[in-house]
Design a protein around this ligand. Structure first.
Ligand code: NAD
Length: 395
C-alpha cells in the first residue's frame, strides 16, 4: 500500500444525524485519512441523495451491503481501509461483521451491539479474521485521560480503593421522543437501543473511563435502573455499585433526567496515597489531591516530571502525542482525532502485513466493546432482582 490517505466509508450519517460529524472532522484532522464513500441512510434513494449532497465528494451507495460488495471491484487506490459505523445500536452488528468478512477494518460506535450473543460473534470474528476493530469511546482520546491512566497505573496514588465514574445529562428529562426528535426516538426503544437506555448509551462510557484509567475490571454489580419519565420503556437513570478486580469498590452512574446537566462525564479515583479528579467538560486539566498538601492541577501541554509527585521520566509515547501548546484548548473533536489517529497506525501496520496492536491501550478495542455489553446485561439482571449482587461473565 502506498502512503495515500486511508479511505474511510461511512455507515449511517444522513438526514440530521449527529455523531457522524465529529467523526468525519476527526478523520480529516491530519490529512492522512479521508472519507471517500458512504451508505448514509436505510432507504436507498435517500441514501444516494444524501451522499450527492455531502459537503465534499464521496461515492454514494444505496446500502452498506452494496458499499461492502463494491469494494473488492475497486482499484487499490479507491478501496476502503476501514468503515465507520455511526448508526443506531441495532445496526452495528451486521455491517461490522460483513465488513470484517470482506477484509475491511471496523471503527464502530458504542455500545458495540445489542447483546452478548452478537458481542461474542464480533470478538471471535475480529480474532479469526485478524481485523483491526475500534469502539468509539470518545473520552479515551483526551490527552488528560491518557495522563490519568499513567498516574493511576504507575501506582502514584497507591492502591485504588474507590472510583466514582459518572455521566450525567438532562436532555431526556421530558418525553422528548414523543416529539419525534431523531436521537431520542431510537434511544428509548429496546429493539433499537438494547436492554438499557441510559446505561447503554452513556453508562458504557463511564464504565470504559473507569477501566481504561485504572486498568481494573468490574467483577460484580448491584444495579438499580430507574425510569423517571412516564411512558418510557427503558431506564433514564442508571446506578451501579461495583466490586473491582483488586478488591476496591466503585460507583458507575449515569442519568439523562438531571435538568441542566449537559455532558457531565467525570472520574474520581481515590487511592491509598491520593485522589485524582477529572471532568470532560473541563478536559484540559487533571487535579491530584495528596494528604496535607495544596491540590496540584496538571494542564495538558504543561506537565513536567520530577516535581515531587510525578517521576522525572514521563512515558515517551505520552509526551510525544501530537498536541498543541497549553492554553489553546483541546476538546471533543481532538479526542475523536486522537482515536482515529491511533487506529490509523494499526490499520497501516495491518495493511502492510505486519502485527498490529490490539491491546486497547490507545482506543477501546472489540473486547472492551464486549465488556460494555456484559456490564449492561449483568446490570439489567441485577436490577431485575432488586439489586442482587451479580457476577459479570468472563470473555
Ligand atoms: N461516542 C460518542 O460520544 C457518541 C455520541 C453520540 C452517539 N453515539 C453512538 O453513535 C450511534 C449513532 O448515534 P447518533 O446520535 O449519531 O444517531 P442519529 O440518529 O443521529 O444518526 C443515525 C444515522 O444512522 C442512519 N441509519 C440508520 N439505519 C441505517 C442503515 N440501515 N443504513 C444506513 N444508515 C442508517 C440514520 O439514517 C442516521 O443517519 C449510536 O450507536 C450512539 O450510541 C456515540
Amino acid at each position: 500500500m502506498s502512503n495515500r490517505p486511508l479511505n474511510v466509508g461511512l455507515v449511517g450519517g444522513g438526514k440530521g444525524a449527529f455523531i457522524v460529524h465529529p467523526h468525519q472532522k476527526a478523520i480529516h484532522f491530519d490529512g492522512t485519512r479521508r472519507v471517500v464513500a458512504g451508505a448514509l441512510f436505510p432507504e436507498p434513494q435517500v441514501a444516494l441523495a444524501e451522499a450527492a449532497n455531502w459537503p465534499y465528494p464521496i461515492r454514494g451507495y444505496g446500502s452498506y451491503d452494496a458499499m461492502i460488495a463494491a469494494n473488492k471491484t475497486l482499484p487499490e487506490a479507491d478501496r476502503l481501509d476501514y468503515i465507520l459505523i455511526v448508526t443506531p445500536n441495532f445496526v452495528h452488528f451486521d455491517p461490522a461483521m460483513k465488513a470484517m468478512q470482506a477484509g475491511i477494518a471496523v471503527f464502530c460506535e458504542k455500545p458495540l451491539c445489542l447483546n452478548l450473543k452478537e458481542a461474542n460473534a464480533l470478538v471471535q470474528a475480529a480474532h479469526k479474521l485478524n481485523v483491526p476493530f475500534a469502539v468509539a469511546h470518545t473520552y479515551l482520546g483526551h490527552w488528560t485521560t491518557r495522563f490519568s491512566r499513567f498516574i493511576v497505573q504507575s501506582g502514584l496514588l497507591g492502591d485504588v480503593r474507590w472510583v466514582d465514574s459518572y455521566y450525567i445529562q438532562g436532555w431526556l428529562a421530558t418525553r422528548l421522543e414523543a416529539t419525534g426528535q431523531q436521537q431520542a426516538s431510537w434511544r428509548v426503544d429496546p429493539k433499537r437501543a438494547g436492554g438499557s437506555g441510559c446505561g447503554g448509551d452513556i453508562g458504557t462510557h463511564a464504565l470504559m473511563q473507569l477501566r481504561y484509567v485504572t486498568g481494573l475490571e468490574v467483577t460484580e454489580v448491584s444495579a438499580q435502573m430507574e425510569t423517571f419519565v412516564a411512558g418510557r420503556q427503558l431506564d433514564d437513570h442508571f446506578t451501579v455499585y461495583c466490586r473491582l478486580s483488586n478488591g476496591g469498590k466503585a460507583l458507575v452512574r449515569a442519568s439523562q433526567i438531571c435538568i441542566g446537566a449537559k455532558n457531565d462525564l467525570g472520574l474520581v479515583v481515590a487511592g491509598t496515597k491520593g485522589t485524582l479528579r477529572w471532568r470532560q467538560e473541563e478536559p484540559e486539566s487533571v487535579t491530584i489531591c495528596l494528604p496535607n498538601q495544596p491540590d496540584r492541577v496538571y494542564w495538558r501541554g504543561a506537565v513536567t516530571g520530577g516535581d515531587g509527585f510525578l517521576p522525572k521520566d514521563l512515558p515517551a509515547d505520552l509526551m510525544a502525542e501530537p498536541t498543541i501548546p497549553a492554553g489553546h484548548p483541546e476538546a471533543f473533536h481532538d479526542a475523536f482525532a486522537r482515536l482515529h489517529r491511533s487506529f490509523e497506525v494499526d490499520v497501516r501496520k495491518w495493511k502492510a502485513g505486519g502485527k498490529f496492536n490490539r491491546d486497547g491501550s490507545k482506543y477501546a478495542n472489540v473486547e472492551d466493546g464486549w465488556t460494555g455489553i456484559a456490564f449492561i446485561e449483568t446490570s439489567v439482571k441485577s436490577a431485575a432482582s432488586n439489586g442482587r449482587w451479580t457476577r459479570l461473565p468472563k470473555l
